[in-house]
Design a protein around this ligand. Structure first.
Ligand code: PLP
Ligand code: ZN
Length: 424
């Protein structure tokens, strides 16, 4: 297998061999994987897909490996849920949740990019993988390196949520907490990457790594029976996922899997860290780096590496952007749980919080199909919501104690009407 022609500069178009390269030496643009789409079109058909396993690797021709994948074989093909209860609460007709909070093995969309990056790193012959992470990437690199016996060096801001720290430590990587924010972690990692021969999945392996995100877009299209939604809301940190989802739709159009792409792409960010959304709203071509201040720590990147490409994808699609404040994030996490039984992390709260505002502002119309990308799991960011929940009711282990509780709480029971009111 292998349909990769080489790498190509996203800015000047110069071509490079498919090696461990990531910046153009002429213009410093970032490099992207270049495929032989004509050959892919012959091999990858709807009929061919029918017999393949339900993982992200069913689209392997569109992923940048030269050999069969060796890591993350069960990642992807997460559920696309028709969210009727949430649709009612938001007052929209047709709503879907793409639920990457149950991705294998570490419960976030990062399992897609890491499956590709580590499989590719093994093709290149590396014995050590590394990353700069806001949390979920750390979890996935730690787990997947463990699963294939590679050494891992993982760099995170020291103040991450304990769920994210424990979910890395358990796999026994070299986990290093940096006293600084993600952008400082990333800067340090770029220096380290130039001195050590390690596969930094999101630095020197980035062109390959980033392609893994496209699988989320292919799956959404296939799960909707090869019809794209009119609107898709994507949470952004570095801006890679949103760029690659739009690219995946364009590729499916090129391969004749779908009609012309007519999907508006919306960028969702936390209010205290929205450099991409700010540029969208100001109709500016400049993304101003900032110091992040949001409870959505997985999205807390103040200087997004793919910010311009994210901006370009949103604009070309005719989409827009919106922020969610910390309170709106918490409310949205609770709303998703209450209506659909899905517990997402703060990034998912950003997606839903932003989508709710886009719908209220009539930027997203109520009568057209919408997909919300839920990218991570709420078990990892429990401290964000714990204070917003009622305490645990404690009683003695006796029927009398239970019945006393019932009697005391009778008057507090919410009537049917109030429940409906609350949803709206
Ligand atoms: C990393 C991450 C994102 C954003 O990804 P980018 O490609 O950096 O924009 C979204 N959601 C979650 C849960 C993440 O961990
Ligand atoms: Zn170039």
């Amino acid at each position: 297998m292998g349909y990769v022609l080489g790498l190509k500069c996203r800015e000047c178009g110069r071509e490079y061999p498919k090696e461990v390269l990531f910046v153009c030496e002429y213009c410093f643009g970032s490099l992207e994987v270049d495929y032989d789409y004509r050959a892919i079109k012959k091999e990858l058909t709807k009929e061919a897909l029918a017999g393949r396993p339900k993982t992200m690797w069913r689209y392997k021709e569109l992923l940048p490996l030269d050999e069969e994948p060796t890591v993350g074989l069960d990642s992807g093909f997460t559920p696309l849920i028709r969210a009727n209860n949430l649709a009612r609460a938001l007052g929209v007709e047709e709503l879907y949740i793409k639920d990457d909070s149950v991705n294998h093995p570490t419960l976030s969309f990062k399992d897609r990019v890491v499956s590709v990056a580590i499989s590719k790193s093994k093709e290149f012959g590396f014995d050590t993988v590394a990353c700069a992470s806001t949390g979920n990437l750390a979890n996935s690199v730690a787990a997947q390196a463990a699963s294939c016996g590679l050494k891992a060096y993982i760099f995170i801001p020291a103040d991450l949520e304990s769920g994210k720290v424990v979910s890395s430590l358990i796999y026994n990587p070299n986990l290093i907490g940096i006293e600084g924010n993600y952008d400082e972690v990333n800067r340090l990692c770029s220096e380290i990457a130039s001195r050590y021969r390690w596969a930094f999945v999101n630095i020197n392996i980035r062109p390959y790594y980033a392609e893994g995100s496209k699988s989320m877009g292919y799956e959404i299209a296939e799960q909707l029976n090869w019809k794209l939604p009119k609107h898709i809301v994507v949470p952004s940190a570095g801006g890679s996922l949103i760029t690659k989802i739009y690219k995946s739709f364009k590729e499916l159009e090129k391969l004749d899997f779908i009609d012309k792409v007519d999907t508006k792409v919306y960028c969702a960010q936390g209010l205290g860290c929205a450099p991409i959304v700010t540029a969208i709203k100001e109709k500016s071509d400049i993304i101003r780096p900032l110091k992040p201040k949001t409870i959505a720590k997985s999205l807390a990147i103040g200087n997004p590496a793919d910010g311009y490409y994210a901006l370009d994808s949103v604009r070309r699609s005719g989409g827009w952007g919106e922020e969610a404040s910390d309170e709106e994030i918490i409310e949205a996490i609770k709303l998703l749980a209450k209506t659909e039984g899905i517990f997402t992390e703060t990034a998912g709260g950003v997606t839903l919080g932003a989508a709710k505002k886009l719908i209220e502002q009539k930027i997203i119309p109520r009568d057209e199909p919408i997909v919300l990308c839920i990218t991570g799991n709420g078990l990892k960011t429990q401290e964000a919501v714990v204070k917003a929940l009622p305490g645990l009711i404690k009683i003695k282990p006796s029927l009398a104690s239970f019945e006393e509780h019932i009697k005391n709480n009778l008057h507090q029971r919410i009537s049917e009407e109030k429940v409906i009111e609350y949803y709206i």
